[in-house]
Design a protein around this ligand. Structure first.
Ligand SMILES: Cc1cc2nc3c(=O)[nH]c(=O)nc-3n(C[C@H](O)[C@H](O)[C@H](O)COP(=O)(O)OP(=O)(O)OC[C@H]3O[C@@H](n4cnc5c(N)ncnc54)[C@H](O)[C@@H]3O)c2cc1C
Length: 377
């Protein structure tokens, strides 16, 4: 009897796309693949829930990556991925350790950079530390005006809106008057979710008293001053909270698209490179969102599973964006089908339209996390 060697699959990253791909590969290809995960982080942290931390809710859940790797039957190499020699099919860690592969999936996320000086830039690794003081100042009536500002290239769609709405709800509950303003280059609030969802979010913002300025580029040249373009109008604010700008990882040995993001085809195969795939915030897809990262990871996993001999016809990546918008009141459930990065059908509902109901909608990751009894373990 001939024993078929498993396909050596190396996944770089320890976040949403990496874990989704590992779970998908194990399900689709079983023992046809041997999995290695290269990631520096000991824990997988559930980033979307960090927006609640400054409002004195519990810390977002995090999960031991060792446990995740063990559950999925992957070897975990606790190091940073460094570069790739695609011709030799060898990935290198940043420390120079060679890891041979038959298929490589890059899921290393995006790099965060401050878009403006003189502002509080959202960083989910320390959300409470960054923004707790702002919320406290609102509660105690020390601030009169807060600006929430998005850079021209929107990072993740939801958190800025959530922070503005949750701040408005907290101010109302405390009986405090504070002027809130949200500035974005988007043509409408959360435009990526399409006209219906956008109109509903516009209504929510208006109801909450958040002044929303769209199609506008913000500049922050001095402390407490937001300059709006076009118009060159300056607006004062006691606190300015901004999203960061995102950049791609610009991996040595691979093509890099605009701003360092990795160019891929519809199966998330890196363009012009054999046996290398990429998924998630690291790739050159305009919408950076956990649910989208998972769908890209699934597309890549299907292609790799087929390469490993699994009886599957890989489906291309067809983005459908799902989001739960936290508002400080009842959440809203948004969905949109995308063509490129434009939405062509969208809806907003008061009840979820997908299961399991989770902030990051993902075929494998969401049920896996739901099945985990104690996140910290
Ligand atoms: C505050 C906030 C709220 C959000 N809310 C939502 C939401 O409600 N719904 C939603 O769907 N999405 C949301 N998102 C977006 C979502 O979290 C991201 O789109 C998603 O995490 C991207 O997945 P990823 O795997 O590409 O990257 P990440 O999740 O960032 O994972 C990247 C991984 O790669 C690792 N890594 C980095 N460099 C290297 C290296 N050199 N070698 C090896 N590993 C490396 C990192 O340690 C990390 O484990 C939110 C994001 C933020 C910040």
């Amino acid at each position: 009897m001939s024993v078929v060697e498993p396909l050596d699959v190396v996944i770089a990253g320890g976040g949403v796309a990496a874990i989704e791909a590992a779970l998908a590969l194990r399900d689709l290809a079983g023992e046809r693949v041997a999995l290695k995960l290269i990631a520096p982080n000991a824990e997988f942290s559930y980033r979307p829930m960090t927006v609640r931390e400054p409002f004195a809710y519990a810390q977002a859940d995090s999960y031991s990556l060792t446990q995740v790797a063990s559950d999925v039957g992957a070897e975990l190499i606790v190091e940073e991925f460094g570069w790739v020699e695609a011709g030799e099919r060898v990935a290198y860690t940043a420390a120079g350790v060679a890891v041979a592969y038959d298929a490589l999936l890059l899921a290393v996320g995006a790099r965060i950079k401050e878009a403006f000086a003189h502002v509080l830039t959202i960083d989910d690794r320390r959300m409470d530390e960054l923004l707790h003081g702002v919320v406290q100042d609102v509660e105690e009536g020390y601030v009169k005006r807060i600006a929430f500002v998005a850079p021209a290239r929107l990072a993740w769609p939801l958190p800025l809106y959530e922070l503005a709405l949750m701040t408005a709800a907290r101010a109302y509950d405390m009986g405090v008057e504070v002027k809130l303003m949200l500035v974005t280059a988007e043509p409408a609030p959360l435009a990526v979710f399409g006209p219906q969802a956008s109109a509903a979010v516009e209504g929510l913002l208006a109801e909450a008293g958040v002044e929303t300025i769209t199609s506008t580029h913000a500049q922050v040249d001095a402390v407490g001053e937001v300059r709006l373009q076009p118009g060159n109008r300056t607006v004062g604010a006691d606190r300015i909270v901004a999203l960061p700008e995102l950049f791609g990882p610009a991996v040595r040995g691979l093509p890099a698209g605009e701003h360092g993001f990795i160019p891929v085809d519809e199966h998330c195969r890196v363009r012009g490179v054999e046996r290398v795939w990429a998924a998630g915030d690291a790739i050159d897809f305009a919408v950076k969102h956990g649910g989208i990262a998972s769908q890209q990871a699934d597309a890549a996993a299907e292609a790799i599973a087929a390469l490993a001999g699994a009886p599957i016809t890989p489906a291309p990546f067809e983005p459908e964006i799902r989001g739960i918008l936290l508002t400080g009141r009842k959440p809203r459930y948004l969905t949109a089908r995308l063509s490129g990065s434009m939405s062509f059908s969208s809806q907003v509902t008061d009840e979820p339209t997908w299961t399991p109901v989770s902030k990051i909608s993902a075929r494998y990751l969401a049920p896996y996390l739901e099945s985990r009894a104690t996140p910290a373990g």
